[in-house]
Design a protein around this ligand. Sequence first.
Ligand code: C2O
Length: 535
Amino acid sequence: AAVKKYQFDIQVKNVSRLCHAKPIVTVNGRFPGPTIYVREGDRVLVNVTNNAQYNMSIHWHGLKQFRNGWADGPAYITQCPIKTGHSYTYDFNVTGQRGTLWWHAHIFWLRATVYGAIVIMPKEGIPFPFPQPHREEVLILGEWWNNDVEKVVKQGNLLGLPPNASDAHTINGKPGPLFPCSEKHTFAMEVEHGKTYLLRIINAALNDELFFAIAGHNMTVVEIDAVYTKPFTTQAILIAPGQTTNVLVQATQSPNRYFMAARPFMDAPVAVDNKTATAILQYKGIPTTLLPILPQLPSPNDTEFALSYNGKLKSLNTPQFPANVPLKVDRHLFYTIGLGINPCPTCLNGTQLTASLNNISFVMPQVGLLQAHYFNIPGVFRLDFPDNPPTPFNYTGAPLTANLGTTRGTRLSRIAYNSTVQLVLQDTNLLTVESHPFHLHGYNFFVVGTGTGNFDPKKDPAKFNLVDPPERNTVGVPTGGWTAIRFRADNPGVWFMHCHLELHTGWGLKTAFVVENGKGPDQSILPPPKDLPPC
Ligand code: C2O
């Protein structure tokens, strides 16, 4: 195993897209930021030096950070921010994981422009469990605002409304030629006829689940969230913010230029899409003046496609890559997801949108929760997050007014080391139903079941897949439905769990688990590094 060192210089740079130039926060002046390229087993040192007038913190999304929450990165959860003029070195080992993950700023909305890919190659001499591709390419899907993102969010908060939606989606930071002034901001990938390519697709968008397709070409899904899957072929993929998907593409169509395109899956009753991002799959030797062919994407409300696509995702589950699904559950958790309205004296119309789990809207602390836990600092959080919602009700059918009444608090749940946990996430009709991509830090989990309507604890568990369910770090809880996940709590620390729609995270759709130390010598949280940013 090697030691890989990276220098991340946080700096503001002028970037122009859609005919507008604006200063954005970047890593090393690059947008998207640099790719971290490592091998399973490597140690990684990323020195982050903050030369921007914003507090910064970087999260290595999907890396388990075993016993090492100090390198996880969410601001005020595992560390305080890196202040202007200061540095912090994220020091972590990449153990037992290989595939595509990503990194992003984990403070306020700064991940809008501060993000990049993490590629973990298998250990030397260990091949992929699928045909070796001729070449590979990272495709990061994102969003672009013409206005300053911070201003957009503040304006929304002041009005008590959601901030303005983005102006375009992007592929590798580029919207593609369907947008004004964007001919030169188009990502193109050249392929040779007859060869196979591995695409590492990442959804770094702030607020949209996305469909992605390539005109004329099927894709074979082989990995999600850095876990190998049973391969299956599809015309389009669905990818939620936070998720990654690796696909194989065979360049066997008639040599031409084809669009790759990404556009939102908006199952909630919203909007027309005018934000489709495109990039070009260019066969070698074809003139670049030819007009590319557009792919067929599922329509923005194609819930049926979403359900059937997600249903096809299964862990590879071979002796080499087993799916170790917990069969026995020590701790049952049931969390409702609700969006609502709360009074807000400082907002222009006196109310504010809010989001909650079990009717609790999370309040960000001023001190890192991991520090508070490790050093026994009192008064930072309470360990009384309820295992169940305050009152059981008809979650997706009851009238809105029946179930409002959210309280606020920094309330966490304590989990015994090495116990097995089942968590059912239930969407409700508090205010509106919408699909929510839930992300758990420090772990992968198995998605053992999902369904529409209310979760039925008597009938639904019988239908769980406990053999080869997809294993991942982010899962979309369907609109007006539920998702059940299982994991073994073998990573001590304080681990954030939140909706990966930045809008909802900001409204309080988050909590954290405190996983206790075990008794063995390798079962406790490692001591914090000396340069951990002080609060
Ligand atoms: Cu990618 Cu806590 O997030």
